[in-house]
Structure formats: C-alpha cells, structure tokens
Design a protein around this ligand. Structure first.
Ligand code: KG4
Ligand code: ZN
Length: 338
C-alpha cells in the first residue's frame, strides 16, 4: 500500500445480485456477490422481491467486501455504483446506499453504466489475462441484453448491433423452461449440452438484417417442436435432454458467430472481448477460441462475466483517474443508453 494508491468500493444492484467489491487501483482485493435464491420458485426475477432482498443484503455484502479486502471505510477514495440500466426498485437500493455512504465519508461518488462495466471488466489487472487494445469489439450477452459494441476508448462506445426482441440469456432461460429446467436454465443447458449431439435437431435461425439479433423466432421454433414431439411421446424431453440442449446451444452459437463475423468485416476490427452472464457458456467460449477467422479474443475470468461489483469498481477507478465524479443529486436510470 502506498499513499498514492486509490481504493474504490464498487456496488452493483441492477437485477437480482447484490454485489460489492473493493479495488486497490485496478486490482481486485475482494469481490462479493449475494445471489438471490428467492426468484427460482417463480421461474424468473420478480422485481418487488429483488428490491426487498437487495435491502436485506446490501449492508452485510458491503461489510464482507471491506473485511475481505482488509480495508477500513476511512481508507476508501471513492464509491462507484451502478446507475443503470436495470430494474428501478433494485437500482434505487444501490444508488441510495452509495450516495449516503459517500456523503457520510465525504468522498467522491462515481456513477457507472452497467453495460459499459461488463466490457470494461477486461481492464481489471488479473494475472494471466491480457487487456484488449483499442479499438475492439465487445459482445455483451446477458439475461437482459445482447449487443455488439464498437469501443474506441474507455468511454467511447457505440452500439452497432442489438437484439430486436429477447436477449440471448432470456432465450436460454425460456427454452430451458420449455425443457422443464429450473431458472436460470443457461448454466444447465451448457452442462447437459456437453453430453449431447449438437446436430440431433435443427431449430430456426432468424433472418435479421445488419448486425441486429432476434431470438423470439428461435424460442417459438423450440416451443412448437417440443409441443409436437411431446404430443406423441410424453417423455420426449427427458429422453432427449442432452441432444436438445446441445442442438439449441449450437444454434445460438452459430447466430452469434455469424453476426460477429459480419461485424469484424464491416468495421475492420478483429479484436473481440466478451462480457455478460452468457459469456460463461462453454460453447461460445469454444467457438471464439477455436475461431478460424484470425480474431484475437478476450474472455474474462468467470467471476467477472456474470453480474458483479468488480466490474463496477474498475469503471470507478478509470473515472476516478479522469476526475469524473457524480453529483449527489444523481438519480438511478432504468433505461440508460450510452
Ligand atoms: O449478466 P448476468 O449475470 O445478468 C444479467 O442478465 O445482467 O446474466 C445472467 C444470464 C442468465 O440468463 C443465465 O441463464 C445466463 O446468463 N447464463 C448462461 C450461462 N451462465 C449464465 N447462459 C448460458 N450458458 C452459461 N454457462
Ligand atoms: Zn449484467
């Protein structure tokens, strides 16, 4: 520790994970995530319950992050928090907590865009992980978003492709539900796909112009296919679970890779960095690392792909260096475009 070191507390509460992290400059000292189990029984996130759980979790999660980092509150240089996008009730908990703490400690407050943070997580100093140089393309794939972003500098980002309907994680979760898998089904589909044949079944691929995505057609295709099969064979899903998961996952991977290929061609950029919960997917990681396109791919450490506060903290550090601080009147923003 030196007197020139910067200590940032990052706070994330945009959806159903209450998270806090402490950074010393661009290094992670602690990264605590409390995942809300309450939503499982409803098959998706219930906003009212998420907000209530954040209120219960935020104080213990922040305490734990400080304790694990071995840092006293008084040593903090600034507090960074997720301003949006996300669920309003959830965002309000993190926002008001961050504001009060920053005021109480009389230190700067830094507002962070969650989607930018998913991509800037690549700038965390992590042994064995290289940082992308500018410009690069970001593929943000999560339960709420699917975007291709052109990144020319830390805060110069342009969304060049996005989903017109469902996010890719939503497609995983909803199709998983049709296969009678619990929420969130993404990690389970990934697990079962490993033992399945990706060419066993064929599902519809959308025809969307440009760099945009659509996953609602794929969802319908899976639904009709399963309804038809289960009408004749009630145990169809149970008997073909692994093949169904592998075939579904392959379809998603093909859709994503085709758009990335197009994006690289159109922009002339061949550096690709992924972020968001779905980037934990083995099929996607494999397709990116095995790609024959000559891309340089950047895949973050698993704990920095799903929702976490380390990514909020690194944006906090980058903004701190540029003296970009928020006023205490800053408000949460459910729809926060950049
Ligand atoms: O980024 P994230 O933690 O939360 C937001 O949506 O912002 O992403 C959660 C999503 C869920 O839809 C979950 O099913 C999906 O990421 N997911 C996966 C995998 N792990 C998480 N989808 C496919 N394969 C995985 N291994
Ligand atoms: Zn996210």
């Amino acid at each position: 520790m030196s007197s020139t070191d910067t200590y940032i507390l990052g706070i994330e509460s945009s959806c159903d994970d209450t998270a806090a992290a402490v950074l010393c400059n661009d290094k992670i000292l602690s990264n605590v995530v409390a995942t809300q189990e309450v939503h499982k029984q409803y098959g998706g996130v219930v906003p009212e319950l998420a907000s209530r759980a954040h209120q219960q979790n935020i104080v213990p999660v922040v305490h734990q992050a400080l304790a694990q980092a071995g840092i006293e509150k008084s040593q903090l240089s600034a507090i960074a928090f997720t301003r949006g996008p996300g669920l309003m009730g959830s965002l309000l908990v993190g926002t008001s907590f961050a504001k009060s703490l920053a005021m109480g400690l009389d230190i700067p407050l830094i507002e962070v865009n969650h989607m930018q943070a998913h991509l800037l997580a690549h700038f965390i100093d992590e042994p064995g992980f290289e940082r992308p140089s500018f410009p690069f393309l970001g593929l943000t794939i999560s339960g709420g978003h699917t975007q291709i972003v052109k990144i020319t500098d830390y805060f110069e980002m342009e969304v060049i492709g996005k989903t017109l309907d469902d996010a890719v994680g939503e497609a995983f979760d909803k199709c998983g539900k049709m296969m009678h898998l619990p929420y969130p089904a993404g990690p389970l589909i990934d697990k079962y796909a490993k033992a399945g044949n990706p060419n066993a079944f064929t599902f519809a691929k959308p025809k969307v112009k440009g760099l945009d995505f659509s996953f609602s057609g794929l969802k319908t295709s899976v639904l009709y296919f399963l309804q038809k099969q289960e009408a004749n064979q009630p145990n169809f899903v149970a008997e073909h679970r692994d093949d169904l998961c592998a075939s579904f996952q392959k379809t998603v991977v093909d859709i994503l890779m085709a758009k990335l290929k197009k994006a690289c061609k159109e922009t002339g950029i061949n550096r690709i960095a992924i972020g968001g919960g779905v980037s934990a997917n083995t099929g996607i990681r494999h397709a990116l690392t095995e790609n024959k396109e000559g891309w340089q791919t950047f895949i973050p450490k698993f704990q920095y792909t799903t929702d976490n506060a380390a990514m909020i903290g690194i944006v906090g550090y980058l903004k701190y260096k540029q003296h970009v601080f928020a006023d205490v009147s800053v408000a949460a923003k459910a729809r926060y475009l950049f």
